[in-house]
Design a binder for this molecule. Structure first.
Ligand SMILES: [Zn+2]
Length: 253
């Protein structure tokens, strides 16, 4: 599977999958950069995949559909115009001959879905899981978001994580406050700083890497729990409460 980023707005990646002259595009917040790439590469737009209703993920749907007559798959949410195939938990959607399993991952929004292609070890997760971070919990609750992240954390460690924003350096700066002595985190932060200095995307990551460095997945880590306790932010409780304490801390800054 060939996957390339189309940069949009200030820090969005619109991911494009290409197979034999046809492409699928994930979360086209803006039609113009997508149309430019279609023309430049001489490829046909087959499918748009939408992860949730936010405008920076859906703003280009109408124009792309009008211009190319592509199909649109995404959440069952009437707020999103133009969805041809509504997807829910457990569905399998075929895109360019690949099978993607649909996971409902509410929290950032209530309609948020992620798509996992097990054959190619690829995950498109929108604004749910970021490199070193996770989406803000706008519509759901902390326990809901933690349970959604737990679904993603349970995928095979080699799964490539394609999220929609380049928020990595800010996320890792916060992660270092939560786990100042995590060697994997410090090494990954240095690597990502070098990549960004050369304007290289830090996405994709992998599930295995995120389990090592991402404080929003490390609700079982004694070091995370000790730091939250030391900061007066946690007095014992479930993984959802550990997650909630980390998320509340990040939301302050
Ligand atoms: Zn969003």
């Amino acid at each position: 599977m060939t996957i390339v980023p189309i940069p949009a707005f200030s820090d969005n990646y619109i991911w494009m999958l290409e197979r034999e002259g046809r492409v699928a595009v994930v979360d086209p917040g803006d039609a113009n950069p997508v149309l430019a790439v279609l023309q430049e590469r001489g490829v046909i737009l087959d499918t748009l995949i939408i992860t949730h209703h936010h405008f920076d993920h859906t703003g280009g749907v109408r124009a792309l559909k009008e211009k190319t007559n592509c199909r649109v798959v995404g959440p069952d949410n009437p707020k999103i115009e133009g969805i041809d195939e509504k997807l829910g938990d457990g569905d399998i959607v075929h895109v360019l001959g690949y099978d993607f399993a649909v996971l409902e991952v509410p929290g950032h929004t209530l309609d948020h879905i992620a798509l996992h292609c097990a054959d190619e070890s690829v995950l498109f997760c929108g604004d749910t899981l970021f490199v070193g971070g996770c989406g803000r919990v706008f519509e759901g609750t902390y326990p809901m978001m933690q349970s959604s992240l737990a679904k993603l954390a349970a995928l095979p460690p080699e799964t490539a994580v394609y999220c929609t924003h380049e928020y990595t350096l800010a996320n890792l700066a916060f992660a270092r406050k939560v786990e100042p002595d995590n060697e994997d985190l410090l090494a990954h932060a240095s690597k990502c700083e070098r990549m960004r200095a050369e304007n290289i995307p830090t996405v994709p990551s992998t599930i295995g890497r995120e389990l090592e460095i991402n404080p929003f997945l490390r609700w079982s880590s004694p070091a995370v729990i000790a730091q939250l306790t030391h900061e007066g932010r946690f007095e014992g409780g479930s993984p959802a409460e550990v997650f909630g304490a980390v998320r509340a801390w990040k939301d302050e800054g």
